[in-house]
Design a protein around this ligand. Structure first.
Ligand code: 5GP
Length: 173
């Protein structure tokens, strides 16, 4: 069944914001190399676009995690489904996420990555739902703070569909 999707953030606004974030990140990391870690699958569209516009050298790696517990509420205990290919020891790591909701997944993941001794560890997210936060997570770069609604597009899915929408939309159920 096809759901009705209403546009929350247009394709143009997303592209412009990612450009702005890339400029800021390039400034902050001047003279260094960024090791970007994409949390699959949602972060992939954002990371590829962001990395194309970052003006400092970049290397990329991918990680896939799933939360234990039911689908709608993340428990915060994560299972690593696909680990990084490379060590992050001594690297300037930037975790690139699609959305921070309760913060449970990210808080657990950042703790796990910290154990691996990166030189620095920062978090960049395209979307943030601050009203939904249950666990304190330091977000270094945020694209858009959005209200508490279930969004799709630009990597975010509803039952594995709509990831490929070029804008951020709200599913009208
Ligand atoms: P957290 O542990 O912060 O509660 O969970 C974050 C994860 O929940 C995100 O990486 C994403 O997979 C999922 N998520 C949270 N809010 C939304 C939403 O509005 N739409 C979609 N498609 N996924 C969401």
């Amino acid at each position: 069944m096809a759901e009705k999707i209403s546009v929350l953030i247009s394709e143009e606004a997303v592209a412009e914001k990612i450009h702005e974030m890339a400029v800021q990140i390039s400034r902050d990391y001047e003279g260094r190399q960024i090791h970007m870690i994409c949390v699959l699958k949602g972060g992939v569209f954002f990371m590829t676009e962001l990395s194309k516009h970052v003006g400092v050298p970049c290397s990329l790696d991918f990680m896939s995690v799933s939360s234990y517990g039911n689908d709608t509420v993340s428990s915060g205990k994560i299972k690593i489904l696909k680990d990084l290919d490379e060590s992050i020891e001594g690297k300037d790591v930037l975790v690139v996420e699609d959305i921070v909701d309760s913060g449970r997944t990210l808080s657990y993941l950042l703790e796990e990555l910290k154990q691996r001794k990166p030189n620095s560890l920062k978090l960049c997210t395209l979307l943030d739902k601050p009203d939904r936060r249950k666990v304190d997570v330091r977000v270094d770069y945020t694209g858009f703070a959005i209200p508490d609604a279930f969004v799709v597009g630009y990597g975010l899915d509803y039952q594995q569909r709509y990831r490929n929408l070029p804008y951020i939309g709200v599913v009208e159920l």
